[in-house]
Design a protein around this ligand. Structure first.
Ligand code: DGJ
Length: 740
């Protein structure tokens, strides 16, 4: 519920999870007052640092704005902390301040046009939304702050519209979607960082003096950092402790920062990056949306809030309750070495190990026999598939699998018919040599004609093949991101206009083919964010398919994404990325709780391994409804460097997660112990999360043994010290005492 107190000019956004409070102080500045557990009552008069008395209103404390926690403050005019955006106003100056001018309680939430946020048919319960109007006293700038809080979620959705109210042009750089000042406290920073093949490893470090910032300038949210930043109490862990978290619904450049102030507080800011927008008089800029979470239930509390928000409000609704098919993907099985016979053999072999969907990866189109050509020429390679894509797909279906296809629509190979016909369709800066990465350039998706061409290609291949699945890849980021048709003034908007174009194209494909499942991929997990999640119910989380390396990637990815959205394929050994020999059972267990599949050729396996994987496909099919509807919890002691973190006495630290199905009627426990150490006793894995409150009895399905929930919670499940690396196990517990 949003309550506005006209006397105190305070806004209280509240539901059963959270209260978020700010008010217009005596100067008219919007001061952030509280973000935390839901409050029944409050009084800004008791909290605010400036008195609300009318007689003090004319006294404008010019410098002391810095003592106030601000809600959305710009640099200058008494606040020298990093501003929520940076500006060059028409007169060349950079300082501005935003004062409260009014507000509107909205009947319906309003989202930034053209950008992904929350779907119209969300199931987050009643939404309360408010627009707060701020204005610079000189009239240079107006800003509308949008807030939406939903009945069933702790997530507060934020975005802003920034309007040039002056007579001349304004240059706007990187406006944040949210930038509240958090109260003085000790904070740890939490972020998800990495690189290709090591995406989204959990990083935690104390916030000390000096600003901390992460971001991307590469035109994609990127492999290096997820567009996410959290500040938690130093005592916080998976299940306890307060934290403030922010993530962006945007897939391009971003910036997230934590800037400590002089009084122990901190400005947490997240928003678009790499943007320099030229606003002419009256023109406005809409920021992407950001999702903000406060919780006192640690990292699991945060991820459960994000998971349910994605499921009920962001991911395409068609797939909410649709089990993800067991997939066999052709990439690591054959790379570019494909023809009809090889593909049909792989499909048949895949079906024999239980796969339900065959995804034909890179190498099927035009003259693409390696990565040196043909991106942009989206028709089947006539030499490899003389009877066309439709006939090939039909033959795959005859082998009992659905058909899916890989594409990389945003790219163009200089050696392609498209490039010969439209050499000017790639992003470019005239006079500068275009740097190719993997022999490819990026198409200028800000251009309508480029998007129309791509949509036609995609429509044709989807219709011809009747594919039900499209793996949408993007294997290079941007470097010389220029778009000559935009003109000189607007070059700084190129990457953002590209993103708007990409979302428009993705939306068109979704509307035309709502039953086709899109898989988001960018050289693995290089563009996994809440922006792409609005179109993609599944992501290829990483090109790293090793059963041990994947633990850290999936562990970190689960901070934001629910398990059914994370593609996890069992691949061959020695692993193609690291050469490691993880046994098949452990590889399958690493993948089992996610969107399960294969990235290998079953024909090259031993008969024992084939039957093992058939069994695991079956196991996944048995648990996947539970995965889809259940709640995912990480147990304490997650991996940092590929599972190498040590516990007491140098014992190997288990990595474990648990899925609570149907409010605890069933528990699915996964445990991994990648590295063996000598001279240790068995350990006990405590189920520190996932159990229902109160007493309960569970039967473990493998042994038939009965456990009380208190034994599981406080003593734990015994983990024997088996010799050998890469140990893993899965236990299923069914509640026995329901209704007793
Ligand atoms: C990168 C992806 O992550 C891989 O799975 C594969 O699709 C290749 N691109 C194909 O070029």
């Amino acid at each position: 519920m949003i309550r506005f107190d006209p006397e105190q000019k305070s806004f209280h956004l509240r539901n059963s999870f959270v209260s978020y409070i700010f008010h217009a102080g005596a100067t008219g500045r919007l001061h952030h007052l509280y973000w935390g557990a839901p409050l029944e009552t409050f009084s800004p008069g008791r909290w605010a640092l400036d008195p609300l008395r009318e007689d003090l209103k004319p006294v404008r404390p010019r410098i002391s704005e810095e003592v106030h926690p601000q809600e959305y403050s710009l640099w200058g005019c008494g606040d020298r902390r990093p501003g929520a955006c940076s500006l060059r106003l028409a007169d060349g100056s950079a300082a501005a301040e935003l004062l409260y001018r009014g507000h509107e309680i909205l009947e319906q939430p309003v989202y930034p046009p053209g950008l992904p946020a929350v779907r119209q048919d969300h199931e987050l319960g009643a939404a309360e939304a408010v627009k707060v109007l701020l204005e610079d006293p000189r009239g240079d700038l107006r800003v509308e702050l949008y807030y939406t809080l939903y009945e069933k979620s702790p997530v507060l959705l934020r975005w802003n519209r920034i309007i040039n109210g002056s007579e001349g042009p304004i240059l706007l750089r990187d406006p944040a979607s949210a930038a509240p000042d958090l109260p003085p406290d000790a904070y740890d920073l939490l972020h998800l960082s990495g690189a290709w093949g090591r995406e989204r490893h959990v990083r935690r470090e104390p916030l000390s003096s000096g600003s901390f910032s992460i971001g991307s300038r590469s035109g994609a949210s990127g492999h290096q950092f997820a567009p996410f930043l959290a500040l938690c109490s130093p005592e916080a862990g998976e299940n306890q402790g307060c934290l403030y978290a922010a993530t962006l619904h945007y897939s391009g450049c971003f910036s997230a920062s934590a800037a400590p102030d002089s009084f122990g507080g901190c400005r947490l800011s997240i928003g678009i990056g790499g943007l320099e927008a030229a606003l002419s008089p009256g023109e406005s800029f809409d920021t992407p949306a950001a999702s903000l979470v406060w919780t006192a239930e640690g990292f699991n509390g945060m991820s459960r809030a994000f998971h349910s928000f994605l499921r009920e409000g962001v991911l395409p609704r068609e797939f909410r309750f649709r089990p993800r098919p067991v997939t066999i993907n052709s990439w690591e099985a054959m790379y570019f070495d494909m023809d009809q016979e090889k593909i049909l053999n792989l499909a048949a072999q895949g079906a024999a190990v239980g796969a339900e969907l065959f995804v034909l990866d890179d190498g099927w189109f035009s003259r693409r026999v390696d990565d040196r050509s043909s991106l942009g020429d989206w028709w089947a390679n006539p030499d490899r598939f003389p009877r066309g894509l439709g006939a090939l797909a039909e033959k795959v279906r005859e082998r009992g699998l659905a058909f899916g296809l890989w594409v990389e629509p945003e790219m163009i190979s200089p050696d392609s018919e498209l490039s010969r016909k439209h050499p000017d369709w790639a992003l470019a800066i005239p006079g500068r040599e275009a740097v190719t990465v993997r022999n490819q350039l990026v198409l200028d998706l800000s251009r309508r004609e480029v998007r129309d061409y791509l949509f036609d290609c995609l429509r044709r291949v989807l219709e011809e093949s009747a594919a039900v699945y499209l793996k949408w890849d993007m294997n290079r980021t941007m470097s010389e991101a220029g778009s000559p048709p935009l003109g000189r003034e607007r070059q700084g908007e190129t990457m953002h206009r590209y993103m708007l174009g990409l979302y428009e194209l993705l939306g068109r494909v979704r509307r035309a083919f709502p039953q086709v499942m899109l898989e988001g991929c960018a050289g693995g997990g290089g563009r996994m964010d809440f922006g792409m999640a609005a179109f993609c119910p599944r992501f290829w989380a990483s090109d790293q398919t090793d059963g041990v390396e994947r633990l850290a990637i999936q562990y970190g990815s689960s901070y934001l994404f629910p398990p059914e959205t994370l593609g996890a394929h069992v691949s061959a050994v020695p692993n193609h990325q690291v050469g490691r020999m993880v046994p098949g059972r452990s590889r399958a267990l690493t993948a089992l709780a996610f969107s399960y599949g294969y990235e290998l050729n079953p024909a090259e396996l031993s008969p024992e391994e084939r039957s093992l994987f058939r069994e695991f496909s079956q196991r996944h099919k048995e648990i996947r409804r539970g995965v889809l509807q259940g709640e995912f919890f990480r147990l304490e002691g997650g991996p940092s460097e590929g599972g190498r973190r040590e516990g007491p006495a140098g014992s190997p630290r288990e990595t474990a997660w648990i899925i609570r199905v149907a409010a605890g009627r069933e528990l699915l426990l996964f445990c991994f112990r990648p590295f063996c150490r000598p001279n240790l006793l068995p350990s006990y894995l405590k189920l520190s999360a996932g159990l229902p409150e109160g007493p309960a009895l569970y039967r473990e399905t493998r042994t038939g043994e009965l456990y009380s929930s208190s034994e599981l919670r406080y003593k734990g499940v015994r983990v024997d010290r088996v010799k050998g690396d890469y140990q893993a196990f899965f236990r299923r517990f069914i509640r026995e005492d329901e209704g007793t």
